[in-house]
Design a protein around this ligand. Structure first.
Ligand code: NAG
Ligand code: NAG
Ligand code: NAG
Ligand code: NAG
Ligand code: NAG
Length: 188
């Protein structure tokens, strides 16, 4: 009797130990590799894509800004973001908008989200700050791009994430150039 029982007990113990190892490994993997992680904003750039002005009337100036936000997705699953809009404001008034198309950043991938926005200076002339700013040849704008999305891992673990990026832009009409300082934030 005892002779036939012993292998059975050993078998049960081995099975139990293996099960515990598998469960611990699964839990550890979930909390390390497969836990949804927040996307990171790695680069931000703002470029002057085009500039046209009327030498007889400097308020007749148009320029196009290229806005690019580089996002890094550290997850073993995609980061899917919704359609969005980039805004350019002048002293708090929205003066230009540009659409940002919904897309998915692949697992453990990097992706540049970009758009171009046209600003027509003539549309600012009614702003009370305009003539004073034009006198100093410095028009300050702020651009903002917000992306709302979901980070997924293994298709089952999902978490909402929102990236915010904004740039303070100074346009110098006479020098035909822009300088900018950008900052970003991710809410998870
Ligand atoms: C700026 O754009 C407006 C509207 O498209 C146009 O009427 C105007 O001629 C443009 N001005 C310059 C200097 O390109
Ligand atoms: C996003 O925008 C595109 C193009 O404007 C449109 O075809 C699509 O239906 C939009 N998607 C959503 C979820 O609104
Ligand atoms: C813009 O104009 C408002 C009201 O005229 C004024 O309070 C504010 O200080 C001005 N801002 C700048 C940066 O000149
Ligand atoms: C525009 O922004 C620059 C840099 O942020 C600042 O030094 C300057 O005073 C601002 N000028 C106006 C007119 O708001
Ligand atoms: C813009 O022009 C000003 C004046 O000429 C210069 O000091 C500045 O370096 C220029 N900035 C860029 C980004 O070219």
């Amino acid at each position: 009797m005892a002779k036939t029982r012993r292998p059975l007990i050993i078998c049960c113990v081995v099975t139990a130990v293996l099960l515990i190892i598998i469960i611990v490994t699964a839990i550890t993997l979930y909390f390390t590799l497969f836990k949804p992680k927040q996307p990171k904003i790695t680069t931000q750039s703002l470029t002057l894509e085009s500039f046209s002005t009327n030498v007889f009337d400097l308020t007749d100036t148009n320029f196009t800004l290229g806005i690019t936000v580089g996002i890094d997705n550290p997850n073993y699953g995609g980061f899917k973001y919704e359609n969005s809009t980039s805004y350019v404001t002048y002293h708090g008034d929205v003066v230009a908008v540009a659409p940002v198309m919904a897309d998915t950043i692949p697992a453990r991938g990097q992706h540049n989200v970009g758009t171009t926005v046209l600003v027509i200076i003539k549309s600012l002339v009614t702003n009370p700050n305009f003539s004073k700013d034009m006198g100093t040849d410095t028009l300050n704008f702020t651009s903002t791009t917000t992306l709302k999305g979901k980070a997924t891992a293994l298709k089952i673990f999902k978490k909402k994430a929102t990236t915010y990026s904004s740039c303070d832009i100074s346009l110098h009409v006479l020098e035909r150039n822009v300088t900018s300082i950008c900052k970003s934030k991710v809410k998870f």
